[in-house]
Design a binder for this molecule. Structure first.
Ligand SMILES: NC(=O)c1ccc[n+]([C@@H]2O[C@H](COP(=O)([O-])OP(=O)(O)OC[C@H]3O[C@@H](n4cnc5c(N)ncnc54)[C@H](OP(=O)(O)O)[C@@H]3O)[C@@H](O)[C@H]2O)c1
Length: 193
């Protein structure tokens, strides 16, 4: 990628899913999941971001998942790996802003692919109304890309719901790092003693 000028797009898609709840899973399998879903994604995204920013052109599409937003409902290692992808994408997007590089995280919900069978899980247990056809998911993701979306959630009917979630996070920002603990913790500050 760094040497080949013809490469202008990175799609970080490869990933494996969980075989069930975290308490029942094999730690070695979860380590391998992190290697693919996190370490490899990071290595490729960083290489692409650095290379594309220097060239002033290029695009990175990272496939995350909606479970990044609902960690209580899914295997923690998998949802954490997808939260990593989401955070990484948002941070890269902020860093390459104005440098001619487009960055997108796609957050699919359940999608009809081989991921479940590969993990030894039957997809038949899912409510069909929650499972999207993979072609529809990819078409929506690409439409979001064409619109310049940094975050695309293919199934979300109202994009304003994501914006509201995003804004709620920003509201926290001024108070996330301060020189004193919040009053509710009743801490007698060291410098006041
Ligand atoms: N399906 C869903 O419900 C869903 C929902 C949200 C997010 N996602 C995400 O979507 C992405 C694609 O998954 P999918 O649903 O399309 O699953 P999939 O049908 O099982 O495809 C997985 C892809 O990852 C590649 N892969 C697996 N292990 C690999 C390894 N060790 N090294 C290199 N490539 C490897 C596979 O390549 P080969 O075919 O060559 O093995 C395949 O292209 C993943 O990141 C997944 O987490 C899926």
């Amino acid at each position: 990628m760094r040497e080949d000028e013809a490469i202008e797009l990175l799609v970080n898609n490869a990933g494996v899913g969980p075989r069930g709840p975290l308490l029942d899973d094999d730690p070695d399998y979860l380590d391998a999941m992190i290697d693919l879903n996190v370490v490899a994604v990071n290595r490729l995204a960083v290489a692409a971001a650095q290379t594309f920013a220097e060239r002033g052109r290029g695009a990175i599409i990272n496939i995350a998942s909606v479970v990044a937003l609902i960690p209580e409902r899914f295997n923690g290692t998998y949802s954490a790996s997808k939260a990593f992808v989401l955070n990484l994408t948002q941070a890269i997007d902020a860093e390459v802003s104005g440098k001619g590089v487009q960055v997108q995280a796609v957050l699919p919900g359940l999608t009809r692919t081989e991921i479940f069978e590969r993990a030894g899980v039957s997809s038949a247990r899912f409510d069909p109304s929650m499972v999207m056809d993979v072609t529809d998911m990819v078409d929506a993701a690409l439409a979001g890309f064409d619109r310049g979306e940094a975050i695309t959630i293919p199934s979300l009917p109202d994009a304003g719901d994501w914006q509201a979630f995003f804004r709620a996070r920003i509201v926290l920002a001024p108070n996330l790092s301060r020189d004193r603990p919040a009053e509710r913790y009743g801490v007698q500050r060291a410098e006041a003693v």
